[in-house]
Each structure stands twice: as structure tokens, then as C-alpha cells.
Design a protein. Structure first.
Length: 362
């Protein structure tokens, strides 16, 4: 480790991500000095820590080279102990190509589950990032196995997820309410199938008019999704609330009765864990990574991704059966408490930084 009072970590990742903001805050609270590099405009909470990877001419063929140069300059100026790329695709590659000897790459999900299948170029980028990294973490066993498949060899790495603060995200007594609320907080991108949720909701609402849907987050598809809700005749029953401030999340989960997350692929979704810790019945895609957390009939319901009819059936069962919602919510909370602790996961991440800095990797 360097002679600095606290280890210095240069993080390269998506500066608009709430998950990255949470990671930065957790590491700072453990004494690490953090700098963030990203081409994105940063979230307000980390704006003072961020510098851009953009430099030089904005010519496609030269932008990649200019970004690596900008990262190298940041390394010389900041003198980090570890360079950490959040997401193997692009960010992780930039981190490893900067030539720093102690690099950590964290796989988020689509970076190894989807991006490599889209083109040979993408696959080469992700493989190179994974192979060049000193160490690799992934948010689920499924994701780590996928990373090794893309890399074409075993990796030095481990499963390390964001976890959830079970003291902040807590269950409440969900007494009968005038409206029963379904909640979705995934990004408005094709991957997350918000359109399927809207269509399924419209079918459920036609028979159960007291049900409402709250749709958080936003993205490239927001306008189209709002129009879809109107076309389906449920605009008055669907509330698009946009970005949700982190401080507002616990109350939002407590105000809901069922959480829905049905993407085509996933790592270990933080929002799923937050919903589970909040004692919500969760309806999620039947994916290997999700099965690591959601046991059908015990802590949630699993449905095939993009299977609208299966989603309608699952939601109808939950809407019409309050004891079932309560039982699944209690099971979800138990899982979150038993192995979803953010404190334990972030303590391990902090130790990992120190091990990397000292050359004492497991």
C-alpha cells in the first residue's frame, strides 16, 4: 500500500448510477480516498469526486485513445493504490488498458451476460478486460461463471454484491388499503421489459380496478411507455414518478404491496434486495441469478421473462390473496436478513482493496 493515510481508489464507471454512488459512499465511510472518472454527468452526491474521461478531439476513432490517456494522467496525478472498473464492458477495459498494475473489475450483469453476444468486438473487449484484471468480482455466482466463460479461463475473483441495509429497508404492517400498489423501479430500457409489465397490469386492472402501478426510474423508452399506458387505457392508474432520490426509496417500498422486476437478464439486482428487505412479495424473472435469492413459493414468484400471461397469473394471485403476499414478504425479509447484509459485503470490498494494494490477494 502507498504511504497515504488512507488507500486511494480510482473508480471508472457510470457516474449516473445510484449503485455506484452507494458504493462510493460506503468506501469513503471506511476511510478510502475515492476519485471517480466517467464520461457521464455525475450524480450530485459524487460530482465533487468526478473528472471526465473525455479529452482531446471527439472523433470516434480517437476518443478511445484519448480516454485511456486521460485515465493515465489521472493515475499520475492521483497516485491510486487500486484502479477499479465498474462493469467489464468499456469501463473495465479502460481501467485495465491504462497499464496500472493493480486493477479490479466488477461485473454488473449485462456486461458479461449480453454485451459479448452482440458482436465479436464486444466479446473481445470484455474478454480483454477480464483477462487483464488483477482480480474480478461479480454480483452473483451465475455472473462470475459467465465471466469465466467469456474470459475462456478461470479468473482470480469472487462473488461480491451490493447487499442491502436491512436497518433502513424494513417491513411494515400492510393493512388493507383503498388501493393495492404494484411497484417497478428498473430502467426504461428494452432489457427490463417495462412494456410487458404495463400490458400485464392493464389485464389485471381490468378485473381488479383498485390496483395501481407505480413506475419509477426513466430512460430512452420513457415517452413510449407513457404512451403505451395511455393506449392501454390505464394512464389514470399508472404513476410514472421518474428518478427516485435514495432517501425516498425506503418509504416508496413501504407504500407498495408487490414489487415487479422481469428483465431478460440480471446480475444481483439491488432493487430486488431492497424490496425483499422491505417485506414485499417479489415477482421476478426466472433467471439463474435471481434463483440465488428468490425461492418460488417461499420468498417470491418467478416467471419467464417477457411471458405476459405468466405475469398476469402471478400478479392476479398476489392481488387476490393477502395472506400469500404476507407470507412471501416475510420469507423475502428473512432471506435479506440472513445473507443480504450490505455492511458485510462492503466490509469485504474494503478489505479487498487493501489486499490488492498490498499484493495479498486470496
Amino acid at each position: 500500500m502507498s504511504s497515504h493515510d488512507a488507500s486511494r481508489i480510482l473508480i471508472i464507471g457510470p457516474a449516473q448510477s445510484l449503485a455506484l454512488e452507494q458504493w462510493v459512499r460506503e468506501m469513503k465511510s471506511r476511510g478510502h480516498e475515492i476519485r471517480v472518472m466517467s464520461p457521464e454527468r455525475p450524480r450530485e452526491a459524487i460530482a465533487h469526486l468526478r473528472s471526465s474521461t473525455e479529452s482531446g478531439p471527439r472523433v470516434p476513432g480517437l476518443r478511445f485513445v484519448s480516454r485511456i490517456r486521460a485515465i493515465k494522467r489521472a493515475i499520475r496525478a492521483f497516485e491510486p493504490d487500486v484502479v477499479h472498473g465498474h462493469s467489464a464492458f468499456n469501463y473495465g477495459l479502460w481501467a485495465t488498458l491504462a497499464g496500472f498494475p493493480r486493477t479490479l473489475v466488477t461485473c454488473w450483469g449485462s456486461d458479461v451476460l449480453i454485451a459479448p453476444s452482440l458482436s465479436a468486438t464486444n466479446r473481445r473487449k470484455v474478454r480483454q478486460a477480464l483477462r487483464r484484471a488483477s482480480y474480478v468480482t461479480a454480483t452473483s455466482r451465475t455472473l462470475l461463471a459467465a465471466a469465466e466463460s467469456v474470459a475462456g479461463r478461470p479468473l482470480r475473483g469472487e462473488v461480491l454484491h451490493w447487499g442491502v441495509d436491512t436497518d433502513v429497508f424494513t417491513p411494515v404492517s400492510r393493512e388493507p388499503r383503498e388501493h393495492l400498489t404494484l411497484l417497478s423501479l428498473r430502467a426504461h430500457k428494452p432489457l427490463y421489459n417495462i412494456d410487458v409489465i404495463l400490458r400485464a397490469f392493464a389485464r389485471v386492472h381490468s378485473d381488479h380496478g383498485h390496483v395501481r402501478l407505480v413506475v419509477g426510474h426513466q430512460g430512452d423508452e420513457t415517452a413510449r411507455l407513457e404512451q403505451l399506458a395511455s393506449d392501454l387505457g390505464v394512464a389514470d392508474a399508472v404513476n410514472f414518478i421518474g428518478w427516485v432520490a435514495e432517501a425516498d426509496l425506503p418509504g416508496l417500498y413501504r407504500s407498495a404491496d408487490v414489487y415487479i422486476s422481469v428483465p431478460d437478464s440480471d446480475g444481483s439486482a439491488v432493487s430486488n434486495l431492497e424490496a425483499m428487505a422491505s417485506g414485499l412479495a417479489v415477482v421476478a424473472s426466472d433467471l439463474p441469478s435471481t434463483r440465488e435469492w428468490v425461492e418460488p413459493g417461499v420468498s417470491g414468484v418467478l416467471v419467464p421473462a417477457r411471458d405476459e400471461s405468466a405475469l398476469v397469473s402471478a400478479l392476479t394471485d398476489l392481488v387476490t390473496d393477502a395472506p400469500l403476499r404476507a407470507r412471501l414478504g416475510a420469507g423475502a425479509r428473512q432471506v435479506a436478513e440472513s445473507r443480504g447484509s450490505r455492511r458485510e459485503q462492503m466490509d469485504r470490498a474494503s478489505r479487498l482493496y487493501d489486499e490488492l494494494a498490498e499484493g495479498a490477494l486470496p
